[in-house]
Write a protein that binds this ligand. Sequence first.
Ligand code: SF4
Length: 329
Amino acid sequence: MREFAYEAVTDPEGAVALVAADPDACFLAGGTNLVDHLKLGVASPRRVVDVSRLPLASIVAGDDGVRIGANARNSDVALHPRVQADLTVLSRALLAGASPQIRNQATTAGNLLQRTRCVYFQDVTTACNKRAPGSGCSAREGYGHHNAVLGGSESCVAVYPGDMAVALTALDATVVVLGPDGERRVPVEELHRLPGDRPDRDTTLAHGELIVGVEVPWLPDGSRSAYHKVRDRAAFAFALASVAGVLRLDGGAVTELRLAWGGVAHKPWRARQAEEALIGRPLDEASVHAAVDLELAAAAAGPANAYKLALLRNVTWLVLRDLAGEGAR
Ligand code: SF4
């Protein structure tokens, strides 16, 4: 591991100033992703700015929604009474992520910013455009079980590994970001990016910008939400495919529908074409499969990852079928 300078800060503006001024600096919060990368040699900053002690851990439920501080622990958000009762998709996505020990340590901002678990990205002996721009992409011809089926590029076919961001995408959440010029708000759907020819850039954040919170609006009256994740082992693993859904029916027809998919693209994938195809229609297996197929018209899959297309069809129907029944919200 390369030696680095460590600085703990006491105010967000100071943290932003330190990192923005040094291209070799990065933020440290819960450390559940960055420390792994430091040990593996995937990350080698000269300066690490510890933001974990900033007073950004509150979870405040208001009239319009809940504001989650960047340092709120994943377990605290998942078990917050209002989140559990009214934002089920968020609570379930968090509880589907990692292990209890990691959820107790990992923060909201860190969860959003976790990097891909592509095996080549984490192996510094292999070519990887995300880790070493211009070196090539070992995953395209190599082990492709986890590769993206949507939005991939010649440069990179990695998937975003998180669960919480998928739920937040279905919830139309907003990320509050502090930069050298002050605060700005970013729809969570615009936080992560597709790889294009710059897979080294995971997000639309500029260097030195610090996530300070997430704003999540309450669901419209009568809506229900759910999250379902398929993984290789139930204890803890990243999603092969996951579905976050928000649904409201009126007289048997769909009047509100939001769908976001995880494990299938370089960012949480908002399935807007599928949503539009189902609005105003009764919900049945055939119409859901047809809507998913519409969304997947641009998918690119090979023998190793084509199973994800079938997973998306089946899990999207499973989620919507359950939401259309009693007992969820
Ligand atoms: Fe690297 Fe992306 Fe290729 Fe994986 S898919 S090896 S992260 S460039």
